[in-house]
Each structure stands twice: as structure tokens, then as C-alpha cells.
Ligand binder design. Sequence first.
Ligand code: ADP
Ligand code: MG
Length: 330
Amino acid sequence: ESVVNRIAAGEVIQRPVSAVKELLENSLDASASSVNLLIKDGGLKLIQVSDDGHGIRFEDLPILCERHTTSKLSAFEDLQRIKSMGFRGEALASMTYVGHVTVTTITKDQLHGYRVSYRDGVMEYEPRPCAAVKGTQIMVENLFYNMTARRKTLQNSSDDYSKIVDLVSRFAIHHTKVSFSCRKHGAVRADVHTVATSSRLDAIKSVYGVSVVRNLIEIEASDDDPSSSVFEMHGYMSNANYAAKKITMVLFINDRLVECSALKRAIEIVYAATLPKASKPFIYISIVLPPENMDVNVHPTKREVSLLNQEVIIEKIQLVVESTLRSSNE
Ligand code: ADP
Ligand code: MG
């Protein structure tokens, strides 16, 4: 049974960055206003995420890492589930099958915190009282220690840390009311460091630099016709002066970081046709739509989504991107 669990867990947590994404989403679900990461050896030795969110109640600790245990799956409708980022209660459990998970947490009505470690879905010992400030710290150590082949492949690739930095950067420019930091173990400076701000452009500037911000144009699109599509889109896209080697597309739908390859392709096509010289854009898009119009279960890692009336939404966004490009290039 433990082999089956491990294989399933390896599907949910494919690389260190998949664990980081789940941990970040949990911190945001816990209403954190500050999330700090420490990464050792590309995440294979250590992923540590500390937040100042609402913490985990003592009585929830014993089952925290059991499969399909979630505090977010209420008896309401599907709607409710999809609104909160976690809805499957599988992430933490999975991490305990492929790594060593230690949780330190305190809620606001406790005098001290608790620390407990998990392995294969269960607590290794009774939670121990400990000093804690506010919120939750989760450490995932020795990821894939029991998956030799996976560990070998990942050890040879140096880009896992940069994948993590890239992920935190994306979260940081969307969740501007939350401060983020991401630091490599042993490094003095953080590679991502944002403070809570009310301005999206300030956040983009502190993450991606002034050269990106200088070349951004604000965009908006919407539709409120239930028979075709209902959505609101807001974002920033690069202009004719922005040149990069590859496209950066940061897409949030209902505050979830997702991928929509059809939308990405559609935008690339518009840039290539309108601005061949700047055809690798930087684009940040936030879309809000009725949760029931988004299917988040296309992919086990919850990244690729498909939308109801996707063609209509994509076409509307394409039109806005195209007319913005044309008028900025005149
Ligand atoms: P899900 O997010 O789908 O509910 P997870 O496996 O990611 O499942 O997390 C399990 C549960 O652990 C969550 O439902 C939540 O109650 C709790 N939890 C995990 N991380 C945190 C955190 N940083 N702060 C508060 N609670 C947390
Ligand atoms: Mg979760």
C-alpha cells in the first residue's frame, strides 16, 4: 500500500516547485500577510515556508496529513470548493509520502505553538509544545528520498531553484497585499523580496525590474452576457519597446495561478502578427469569472484549466491586446 501511496504522491508532487506551489496556496488560504521561503539544494534538501496566517488548531494536527482531509471541503456546493485554492486535501498528505514534513503552528487563542513531524500520512510523535510567533511554518526535507530515479534526475538539473523563484515572483505580483520573500539557504540576500503594496506596478517593478514596468500598458476587457460568457479581465502587457527571449505570461483566474495554453497561444499570435520585433511579450492577466465556469480538474497538478465559452473569452482578450498594440505603435 505504501508503494501505491508513494507513486500517487509523486504524481501530485512532481518537482520541488509543485510542493512550493501547494504550500504557498495554503498560506494564502490561511489569510497570511507575509510568506517567507527558504530553499536548500533546489528544494530537495529543504523547502521551508513560514507564514503569519491563522494557524492550525491543535485538534486538527493528528489528521492534517491524511489523504483527503481538508478544512476547506465544506458541505456547500462545488462553487464553494473551487473558490478556495485548495479543495482536495491531498497536497500535504502527498508530501509526507515522498519527504519528511514538519509543521510548527500557533493559532491566536493558544499561548504556545506545537511542532509535529509526519511520515506516510501519519504523525511520527505527539505534537510537542514549542515557542512560536504567529502562523505556520512547514518544512519539507529530503524530498524524493525514497524515489531514487526522480531524485537523480532532479539533482542533475540546476533549474529547480529558478523555477521556485519564478513561481514566487508570479504570486508576488498578483497578491500585492501580501509580502513575499524567497531565499536560498546560505545566501545573504533574498532573490524575491516584496513588501505589501497597493500598486500592481510597484509590485511588478520590485520583482521584474524597472525595464519591464517602463514598457507596460494597462489593459481591460469584460463581458456580462450570460449567453456567451461572463468575465472581467484586468492586466498589463508589454509594448513595442519590450524585447525578451521568451514570453512571460502570468495568468490568474479567480486568484488561482493557472495555465491556459490556448489563451497563451492566442496572445502570442497577436503579438507576432502585429509586432514581430516584440513578439515575446511580458503579460500579466487577472480574470474573474463565475467559479462554475472554470474546470480546474483538467490536470492533476491543477495548472491547466479550461473555461466555459473559452473561445469567446479568448477572442475578446485578443481584440483588446491587438487594438492596444496598434494604438501604442502609432
Ligand atoms: P487543502 O489545501 O486542499 O485543504 P492540503 O493538503 O494542502 O489540503 O492542506 C490540508 C489542510 O491543512 C488544509 O485544509 C488546512 O486546514 C491545513 N493547512 C495547511 N497549511 C496551512 C497553513 N499554512 N496555515 C493554516 N492551515 C494550513
Ligand atoms: Mg492546499
